[in-house]
Design a protein around this ligand. Structure first.
Ligand SMILES: [Zn+2]
Length: 460
C-alpha cells in the first residue's frame, strides 16, 4: 500500500472494503494489488484504467444510460449503492447528490440573522432548511427566498423549499464528492467537498491572517499549560499532522497538552464543531478530575454539558459556547479600556508558563501520546523577555479580535447583563478586584442562562 493510503481515515478504509464486496462492483478489473491490498487509484489512461473504462461502459448499458458526454460520471452515480461516501481525510460522510451550497452561497446563508454562522460545510441544503427554519423562523424563509430566487408561489414550508431548491437551483449547489471514474474504483474523488477546498486552493490570505489572529486570542486568554500545549503541537506539525483539541479553545476550552492527531485539512474543516463523542470524552476527562474548560466559559459549559444527547445538540452547544467566548473577549476588551489591564493580567493571563521550556520524548504520531514531558528552566533574563512578549501578544490579539467589524456573532441583548457588568467596572475603579471578579462571574452566569434558554427554544 502506498504511504498516503496507509494514513487514510479508518471510515474510508471500511468503506473501500464494503464497496469491493458489493455486487454493484462485481467484475471490476484488478481489484487487488499483488500484495493483497485494494487497487483503489489508477491512471485512467493506463492499462488498468482502460480495462476499467470498458467495465464502466458495460455497466452503463446495464443501467440504460445513453453514451453521451459525462456518461461515466452519470453511471458511477447511478451505480453507487448508498449515494453517500466518507471523506478519506476527515472520515465524515457526505451525499454524492448536488445538495451542498457553494462557499459563497453558504456564507450568505450563515449571515442571515439568528443563523450566526451555524452551518458548516457538512450541512446539506435539506438539513440547512430544516435546522434554519427552527433557528430563524419567518425571517429565515424570507432571506433564503432572496438567496435562491424562490418564486412567491412556493410557500414558506420546509418541504416546499427543499423540493424547489434541490430541483431548480443546481447551479448554487455542489456534490459531496466530485466524480472521478475510472481513476477511482468507486468513481469518486477520495476527498469530499469538506477537505477538497482547503487542500486544492488553500485559504484566502486575509482569511488566514484573521484566523491566525483569532486563534492567538483564544489561546492566550485560555487556561491550561499553553507552553506544553504549544510544544506538543510542534511535535504534531513535524509529522505533517494538525493537532486537534477535543474541546476546541475557540469554544472556551483549556489549551491542554492533549490532542488527537488529524490531517491539517480535516482539522480546518472541523474547526469550531464538537460531536457527541467529543462531549463524552470531555465529560470523562472531567470525571477523572481534569480541568477541561477555562474559567470564563465554565458557566455556559456547566449549564449545558449534561443536556447533550445527540450530534445536533453537540453542534448547538458548540455554537452557544462560541458565542459565549465572543462575549467574554468583548467583556475583557471593555475591562481593558477601563484601565483594567493589570487586573486582567493577574486574573486571566498565565505568564508563569513563560518561565520554562518543555521537551517531549517518545512522541507517537498515531495516537498523539508521548512517553515523557520534561520542563527545562531558562535564565532570569529570558523569563523577563518571554513574559513581556506573552503579555504584549495577548493584548494585541484582544485588540485585533474586537476590531473586526464583520463578525457574524451578535452581542447580548439583555439589560441585566449590562447592569451587572457596569457594577464590575465600578468595583474595579474603586480598587476592589474581588468584587469585580464576583460581578464578572455573575455577568457570565446571566449569559449562561440566556444560552440555556436558546438551547431549549431550539429543541423541538
Ligand atoms: Zn473531509
Amino acid at each position: 500500500m502506498a504511504k498516503e493510503e496507509r494514513n487514510w481515515h479508518p471510515n474510508f478504509k471500511k468503506y473501500m472494503e464494503k464497496i469491493i464486496q458489493h455486487p454493484n462492483y462485481t467484475g471490476m478489473p484488478e481489484i487487488h494489488k499483488k500484495d493483497g491490498s485494494i487497487l483503489w487509484i489508477t491512471a485512467g489512461k493506463g492499462r488498468i484504467g482502460k480495462e476499467r473504462t470498458k467495465w464502466w461502459d458495460k455497466k452503463r448499458e446495464e443501467l440504460g444510460i445513453d453514451k453521451k458526454i459525462k456518461w461515466i460520471s452519470e453511471t458511477a452515480k447511478k451505480n453507487h449503492p448508498t449515494g453517500r461516501k466518507p471523506c478519506q481525510i476527515c472520515g465524515e460522510e457526505m451525499e454524492l447528490a448536488y445538495v451542498y451550497p457553494y462557499v459563497g452561497v453558504l456564507a450568505k446563508i450563515n449571515a442571515i440573522p439568528k443563523i450566526n454562522g451555524f452551518f458548516d460545510v457538512y450541512y446539506s441544503i435539506n438539513d440547512i432548511i430544516k435546522e434554519g427554519a427552527k433557528l430563524g423562523g419567518e425571517e429565515f424563509f424570507k432571506e433564503l427566498r432572496k438567496i435562491f430566487k424562490i418564486p412567491a408561489k412556493v410557500k414558506d414550508s420546509v418541504e416546499a423549499f427543499q423540493s424547489y431548491i434541490t430541483e431548480n437551483c443546481k447551479t448554487k449547489l455542489s456534490p459531496g464528492a466530485m466524480s472521478n471514474a475510472p481513476d477511482r474504483l468507486d468513481g469518486f474523488h477520495t476527498y469530499n467537498k469538506c477537505c477538497r477546498a482547503t487542500h486544492d486552493t488553500g485559504r484566502h490570505k486575509s482569511n488566514l491572517q484573521r484566523y491566525v489572529q483569532d486563534r492567538r486570542a483564544y489561546e492566550n486568554w485560555a487556561e491550561g499549560d499553553w507552553k506544553a500545549a504549544e510544544r506538543l503541537m510542534g511535535e504534531f506539525h513535524k509529522h505533517g499532522l494538525s493537532a486537534d483539541h477535543i474541546g476546541p479553545i475557540s469554544l472556551g476550552f483549556c489549551h491542554r497538552a492533549k490532542f488527537q492527531p488529524m490531517s491539517r485539512e480535516a482539522n480546518s474543516a472541523k474547526n469550531n464543531r464538537m460531536s457527541l463523542n467529543d462531549v463524552q470524552i470531555l465529560l470523562a476527562d472531567e470525571a477523572k478530575g481534569q480541568k477541561v474548560v477555562s474559567w470564563h466559559s465554565k458557566f455556559v459549559w456547566d449549564a449545558l454539558k449534561s443536556r447533550v444527547k445527540t450530534d445536533a445538540q453537540a453542534k448547538l452547544v458548540s455554537r452557544l459556547m462560541r458565542k459565549n467566548l465572543h462575549h467574554v473577549l468583548s467583556i475583557f476588551a471593555k475591562i481593558n479600556a477601563e484601565d483594567g489591564k493589570e487586573f486582567l493580567i493577574r486574573n486571566f493571563l498565565h505568564p508563569e508558563h513563560s518561565y520554562y521550556d518543555v521537551k517531549f520524548t517518545g512522541f507517537n504520531p498515531e495516537t498523539g501520546g508521548f512517553e515523557k514531558m520534561k520542563k527545562i528552566e531558562g535564565d532570569k533574563k529570558q523569563y523577563k523577555n518571554n513574559v513581556q512578549r506573552y503579555i504584549r501578544i495577548s493584548f494585541e490579539s484582544l485588540g485585533h479580535y474586537i476590531d473586526k467589524d464583520n463578525r457574524v456573532v451578535s452581542s447580548w441583548n439583555n439589560l441585566k447583563v449590562d447592569e451587572v457588568l457596569s457594577k464590575a467596572v465600578a468595583s474595579l475603579k474603586a480598587g476592589n478586584e474581588d468584587t469585580c471578579k464576583e460581578n464578572l462571574s455573575n455577568t457570565l452566569k446571566l449569559l449562561a442562562e440566556d444560552a440555556v434558554k436558546e438551547f431549549e427554544s431550539e429543541q423541538v
